[in-house]
Design a protein around this ligand. Structure first.
Ligand SMILES: Cc1cc2nc3c(=O)[nH]c(=O)nc-3n(C[C@H](O)[C@H](O)[C@H](O)COP(=O)(O)OP(=O)(O)OC[C@H]3O[C@@H](n4cnc5c(N)ncnc54)[C@H](O)[C@@H]3O)c2cc1C
Length: 389
């Protein structure tokens, strides 16, 4: 903490305010120990405005030249991932609310028309770094390249998908930039008073939704769960700017080398990008009955999901779990078979366009969110649906 000793009245309000006992008085002035984590409680408690966080400042934020909303353009198999398109939809709304530009920072090799494609999906500017060493994601060069771009262009907001890549890159970058990061957000908005990013995510095991702000440091960084927002739609008529960024050997240093990719042997499932999901719960009664769920999913061109109860029974691997501690999905069609509709399950699927629920209990909570309900024995209903299809 920075102390303006000429303003300090020696009142000890900071000592009393500190939740970490990190402030003691010496010679009539406060001294901050290593236990201080810059929480700012003393700044707020000080009646004479004699304390400031180092290298920041409340007022400094307003005067800050940070401007622009950036999205990390994660790619897979030469395409932006679906969460990038979801972030473009969110980012567009934030950009319009704040009057800022929406940018995508895109790193890779031979990315072809991807920058123009991202502009068509809503970006105003694409910051492009191309180099063979960036062809495959690795934390170190990606962090260095992005940190350099951010220091040069100083965006105010920086968003990532909460994917394996985003969850690896964003915290490393936040530490490098000495700013905060809210992980796994389900909603993002702008505070009308301060203009700060409102970052909402479940907290305390999903029992409350917490809205977090990063009022002091910049950029404001968040990862957003895939599947909680609708993706942006393409408008081939949009125009924008592609800015090529230079890179150099010092930014591309890495201690790791990617030798290749090996697909895990277990069943692969991409729930977040599926447009049809047939999910099974404990009401199916046994693992064998999941073959009906699989069959219906195959007939509809969809994939198989599961409630946590079904996963805990060992009927399907965790990769299939939908819900608060599983995947968040938003398919066009979600069929819940023998799933009660606990709030933690709903948290992962209520963004689906059409929900069909099959349950023998007409009062099961799943029917409250269902577009169509079928009351009866799930095994019989599945067999009959399969037969008809
Ligand atoms: C912190 C936390 C996180 C959690 N995260 C998740 C999560 O990510 N995903 C998740 O799913 N859950 C999660 N849960 C668990 C959640 O609370 C429920 O326990 C779980 O979703 C219940 O699964 P289920 O609906 O399959 O089973 P049950 O609640 O046992 O419901 C079975 C349903 O099947 C119906 N049924 C039974 N037999 C038949 C039949 N023959 N024909 C038709 N219907 C039948 C019953 O009427 C009942 O409605 C979490 C819980 C906590 C505390």
């Amino acid at each position: 903490m920075k102390l303006y000793s000429d303003r300090c009245a020696g009142c000890e309000a900071c000592v009393n305010a500190c939740p970490y006992n990190a402030v003691t008085m010496q010679g009539g002035l406060p001294v901050f120990s290593d236990a201080c984590n810059l929480c700012g409680a003393c700044v707020e408690a000080c009646p004479s405005e004699a304390i400031e966080r180092p290298g920041n400042g409340g007022p400094a934020v307003e005067a800050s030249p940070h401007r622009g909303i950036w999205i990390f353009g994660e790619t897979k198999d030469g395409q932006p991932t679906r969460v990038v398109l979801e972030l473009l939809a969110v980012g567009r709304r934030l950009a319009e609310k704040t009057g800022q530009d929406l940018g995508v920072v895109l790193a890779g090799d031979r990315l072809g028309t991807m920058p123009q494609n991202l502009i068509a999906f809503g970006a105003d500017r694409v910051f492009l770094v191309e180099h063979p060493d960036l062809a495959v994601f690795r934390d170190e060069p990606y962090t260095a390249v992005l940190a350099a771009a951010i220091k040069q262009y100083r965006p105010s907001i920086l968003l990532f998908g909460a994917t394996t890549t985003g969850r690896s890159l964003a915290p490393r970058l936040a530490a490098r930039l000495r700013t905060g990061l809210t992980a796994d957000c389900t909603a993002l908005d702008i505070d009308p008073e301060s203009g700060n990013l409102l970052q909402t995510r479940p907290a305390f095991g999903g029992n409350i939704m917490a809205t977090i702000m990063c009022p002091v440091n910049r950029p404001q960084m968040a990862t957003m769960r895939p599947g909680v927002q609708k993706p942006a739609t393409r408008d081939g008529g949009r125009t924008g700017e592609v800015i090529r960024l230079e890179t150099g050997p010092s930014l591309l240093l890495a201690r790791t080398e990617v030798l290749g990719f090996i697909n895990r042997n277990e069943e692969m499932v991409n729930l977040e990008e599926a447009s049809v999901i047939v999910s099974g719960g404990r009401g199916l009664g046994c693992a064998e009955n999941f073959s009906l769920v699989r069959e219906l999913a195959a007939l509809l061109g969809g994939v198989v999901g599961a409630s946590r109860a079904a996963v805990e029974e060992g009927w399907l691997p965790y990769a299939h779990q939908v819900g608060q501690t599983g995947k968040t999905v938003s398919p066009r069609l979600y069929i819940a078979c023998g799933i009660s509709g606990a709030v933690q399950h709903l948290a992962g699927m209520q963004g689906s366009d059409i929900i069909v629920a099959i349950n023998r209990n007409p009062d099961a909570p799943i029917f409250k969110v269902a577009s169509y309900g079928m009351v009866g024995d799930v095994v019989q209903i599945l067999k009959s649906l399969i037969e008809q299809l």
